[in-house]
Design a protein around this ligand. Structure first.
Ligand code: AMP
Length: 119
């Protein structure tokens, strides 16, 4: 069994967060350390540690994360200009919290996805 993170407590409302949305499959709350005017996390209610742990029965939940991302982006007023969705995975992906979460980041031009290594 994977160990719970702080995100499970946020989902169960045991600790405070700026929650924007919750349904039977996903929860959305603002990132505590935002990198852009809009920075929210879309999190499955079920504890799935990383993308590498996704099972076939999680397909509906993964789809819901994208559908909800679109809805929240529109509510945040960033849809027309665009935004970025990011899911980090494990060490090389720099994943800090081992409970899958999709970052929805926008509200300013975000530049290239990654810095290129110097050649
Ligand atoms: P990652 O590096 O993809 O695992 O991202 C983890 C994100 O969770 C970071 O952007 C943190 O700022 C954010 N975070 C950590 N703790 C909290 C919290 N209690 N409430 C909201 N966001 C958090």
């Amino acid at each position: 069994m994977a160990e719970e993170t702080i995100f499970s407590k946020i989902i169960r409302k045991e600790i405070p967060s700026e929650m924007l949305y919750q349904d039977d499959l996903v929860t959305v709350f603002r990132d505590i350390n935002p990198v852009a005017p809009t920075h929210v996390l879309i999190v499955p209610n079920k504890l799935i540690p990383t993308v590498d742990d996704i099972e076939p029965e999680d397909e509906l939940t993964m789809g819901r994360m994208l559908v909800v991302a679109k809805k929240i982006a529109r509510e945040e007023g960033i849809s027309d200009d665009g935004y970025r969705l990011i899911i980090n995975c494990k060490e090389h992906g720099n994943q800090e919290v081992p409970h899958i979460h999709m970052h929805l980041v926008g509200g300013r031009p975000l530049g290239f996805m990654l810095k290129r290594e110097p050649t």
